[in-house]
Write a protein that binds this ligand. Structure first.
Ligand code: 26M
Length: 806
């Protein structure tokens, strides 16, 4: 148990503020005080963090190109169980803990679902006493900051490391490694054996920065190690000259500095489209090579037999971005450890496991052979050899050329990273039941038939400590008052809340907490945007990346529909609604940006129309991210999870809302299906095409959006709004969206699901009128959300994948 008295804390704090800033509390800003506090906490945990690194159990390494960890102060205090002492200690010194919590920067080192999942998994691994560490990149600039200018998204650089002041990290120069790019590889005679020798490469130094990942109430601390790319010689100067590429002049040396530092300069703001840029490939190899070398260095120190590697080490790759782990581990085993191909491949295959996060064709990573060959010559040779041997195996087994084309790693001069991941690993999993079924039956069916035992499902989960205990304290306290404390470590206990489903008093309390949270959000929105919203209205929320398949457009078209109904009949009896959006679009994603402009323009028009009596309001929250999610989710009534069935692999926002007592309005897509299974049809509102119907349309055709448009008055009315001037200032954007729906036949079935969505929305309106019944639905959602804790997910990864057979 981490223990500290108030007096000890105050002394540490006071001495720290002098040693860091050489001034007193009164002169310090909240940002400075937050840095001092974090530094004190790092001192408090130092002993536990060090102890843990010497663990001799099997270690899990989770490789991810993104970690979206959010602010750390509150969750660290919660997990250490020292929030009270610290709060009181600070109070004595005239400091409000909440001010410091808000002053912390929120590192945006991820785009969305995939990066946030990685962060939730770190929290759960530490909390479940699993030695599981993250490897990632310390991007100098995180995901861009979003500003709205005239309703358009404008991207501003996210300079989160300004003055190199991130309070939770510790640099580890003694653990730096060198990553090699370019050059040539020769097979040379070495002790009677041909060995690969790499010449003329460009060396890049990978400097590790460690962030502690603190388990909940268990004195267990793991590490998130992020690598920064640097020149090899930190005392940058004329000595830093390299063969071939960077020789001779000061100017060449500067080029070298630029070449290296560019690698960890900025997070790619794309989460759904594989762009195939050279710099992105450099980032991927930089992450992989740094991490694998770090693991090997530690392994060598332990003096274990290299053939026992898979007994001691599990390496997990979060999607295909770190897939080069496979040839990189092979490279080290072959070229440095001197193993045979068979030995090396056996070890690699038994060490690596892979999670797939998408079935969308445009997101699948494929790298041109020429690019790989030039940037990573040795890695390419190894990929080629893996492919050659695999194709031989396939030929022998199937003798079916089409099948072999689909399954080989190299095809049409491209390297297919998903195929490499499957072939080089012992486990492949999808992120929700439906998603895994689609992988097995459709997208990866050849591989599934070849080796069914390799495939498994691991439905995603969320860190309930951040997404309930910490972001919704009142709800968390209410739960604890009624069912005790155990649920915080075992979320299945939440089921006991069902005992209160007929308890009017409890249901009322639940309702009051929601109203209180809604009022807080209303105040925030009034301050930030000058928009006045009504806490008695239904808060209907869609917060996630902007993508056509997520169908924010369906949501706006419904808003326009309601607006028309209200214009026609201002007395129309509807429960007042506040539609809340939060979404960033990838900077190059034109349609998505047009939809942002549309939502902002619709908001502008509706919010300023006095004739509809404030019955509907539309708010587009700027710069949506983890910290804003923590504010919005506890105050939500309706959770919009309306992707085209089959397209959203899982979704995790859906789980966060459910756990905070929102009602899900959803298609049967991703993990929505499992939410439905948990709460039953009475406690969720489902609409739209089923996955099987979408798959049928995709295979056999038969959908015409134009026919729907021509035959359905309501559809025609809202689609025409896009191009007839009804909404001001969207003439170009409206046309682009109109074309996507009509000219290009509505790829995501927005119009096909429209009628059904309107009905579902009107059902929400009816349900909400009976407050007690609504509150009971919320209760049932909370009570059955325990399965979506990432503790459950991680226990399954541990049992079925990482420690299987241990
Ligand atoms: C790739 C290369 C280099 C840099 C970035 C990328 C990249 C980053 C993120 C590509 C895709 C990325 O994200 C995809 C994603 O977020 N997928 C979502 O994963 C969630 C967690 O499993 C699921 O819940 C979502 O359904 C799925 O869309």
């Amino acid at each position: 148990m981490v223990r500290i008295t108030k007096q000890e804390f105050k002394e540490m704090f006071n001495s720290k503020i002098y040693s860091i800033y050489a001034h007193s509390i009164n002169e310090a800003t909240n940002e400075q005080l937050q840095i001092v506090l974090s530094s004190v906490i790092k001192d408090i945990i130092a002993k536990y963090w060090v102890d843990n690194r010497l663990s001799t159990n099997k270690e899990v390494y989770y490789f991810s190109i993104e970690f979206l960890i959010g602010r750390q102060l509150k969750s660290n205090l919660l997990n250490l169980q020292i929030e009270e002492v610290i709060k009181e200690g600070l109070e004595d010194m005239g400091i409000d803990l909440d001010d410091l919590i808000c002053a912390e920067k929120d590192p945006a080192l991820g785009n969305g679902g995939l990066g946030r999942l990685a962060a939730c998994f770190l929290d759960s691994m530490a909390s479940l006493n699993i030695s599981g560490h993250g490897y990632g990149i310390r991007y100098k600039y995180g995901l861009f900051e979003q500003k709205f200018i005239n309703g358009y998204q404008v991207e501003v650089p996210d300079n989160w490391l300004l003055h190199e002041q991130y309070s939770w990290e510790s640099i580890r120069p003694n653990k730096a490694v060198v990553v090699k790019f370019g050059g040539e590889v020769y097979l040379e005679e070495d002790n009677g054996r041909l060995k690969a020798k790499h010449h003329g490469y460009i060396p890049v130094m990978a400097m590790p920065y460690d962030i502690p990942i603190i388990g909940y109430d268990n004195d267990f601390i793991n590490t998130l190690r992020l690598f920064k790319a640097e020149i090899l010689n930190r005392d940058f100067g004329i000595n830093t000259l390299y063969a071939n590429t960077f020789t001779g002049s000061y100017e060449q040396a500067l080029k070298y500095k630029y070449y290296t530092e560019e690698i960890s300069q900025v997070l790619y703001p794309n989460d759904s489209n594989h762009a195939g840029k050279l710099l992105r490939l450099k980032q991927e190899y930089f992450l992989v090579s740094s991490g694998i070398q770090d693991i090997i260095n530690k392994y060598r120190k332990n003096k274990f037999d290299i053939l026992d590697f898979p007994k001691h080490i599990a390496i997990h790759i979060n999607d295909t971005h770190p897939t080069l782990c496979i040839p990189e581990l092979m490279r080290i085993l072959l070229d440095e450890e001197g193993l045979s191909w068979e030995e090396a491949f056996d070890i690699t295959k038994n060490t690596i496991s892979y999670t797939n996060h998408t079935i969308m064709a445009e997101a699948m990573e494929k790298w041109p052979v020429d690019m790989m060959k030039e940037l990573l010559p040795r890695i390419y040779m190894i990929i080629e050899e893996i492919n050659k041997r695999y194709v031989e195996y396939l030929n022998h087994k199937y003798n079916d050329n089409e099948k072999i084309r689909r399954m080989s790693i190299i095809c049409d001069n491209n390297i297919n990273m998903a195929n490499l991941s499957i072939i080089g690993s012992y486990s492949v999993n999808g992120v929700a039941k439906l998603h895994t079924e689609i992988l097995k039956k459709e997208v990866l069916s050849d591989f599934y038939e070849d080796d069914p035992g390799k495939f498994n499902n691991k439905t995603n989960g969320i860190a309930h400590r951040r997404w309930l205990i910490s972001c919704n304290e009142d709800l968390s306290n209410l739960i604890t008052e009624h069912i005790g404390n155990i649920w915080k470590k075992d979320t299945e206990e939440l089921k006991r809340l069902e005992d209160y489903k007929e308890n009017r008093n409890f249901l009322k309390k639940l309702e009051c907490i929601k109203i209180k949270n809604k009022t807080k959000l209303a105040n925030f929105i009034a301050e930030e945007y000058g928009i006045c919203i009504n806490p008695e209205s239904i808060y209907d929320v869609q917060i996630k990346r902007l993508h056509a398949y997520k169908r924010q457009l369906l949501n706006v078209l419904h808003i326009l529909h309601l607006y028309h109904e209200l214009l026609e009949n201002p007395e129309l009896d509807i429960v007042p609604r506040t539609f809340i959006f939060g979404a960033k679009a990838a900077p190059g994603y034109h349609l998505a940006k047009c939809i942002i402009k549309l939502i902002n323009s619709v908001a502008e028009k509706i919010n300023n129309d006095k004739s509809i009596n404030n019955k509907i309001k539309v708010v587009f929250i700027e710069n949506y991210g983890v910290s804003l999610a923590e504010k919005i989710i506890p105050s939500t009534d309706v959770s919009e999870q309306i992707s085209t069935a089959t397209k959203e692999a899982s979704g995790t926002g859906n789980m966060k809302f459910m756990m905070n007592g929102a009602i899900t309005l959803a298609t049967l897509d991703g993990a929505n299906v499992e939410i439905y299974d948990q709460v039953g049809e009475e406690n969720i509102v489902i609409f739209g095409l089923k996955a099987s119907q979408v798959l049928n349309y995709n295979k056999y055709g038969g959908y015409s959006s134009l026919d729907l448009y021509n035959s359905n008055f309501k559809i025609k009315r809202v689609v025409d709004d896009l191009v007839n001037g009804f909404i001001p200032n969207i003439s170009k954007e409206g046309r682009v969206i109109y074309d996507s729906l009509i000219t290009y036949n509505d790829e995501y079935f927005v119009l096909r699901d429209f009628e059904n969505y309107i009905e579902a929305q009107s059902k929400i309106d009816t349900l909400y009128r009976d407050k007690e019944k609504w509150s009971k639905m919320c209760l049932i959602n909370i009570a059955n959300s325990g399965i979506f804790s990432s503790d459950r997910t991680i226990s399954e990864y541990a049992k079925d994948i990482w420690f299987r057979g241990c």
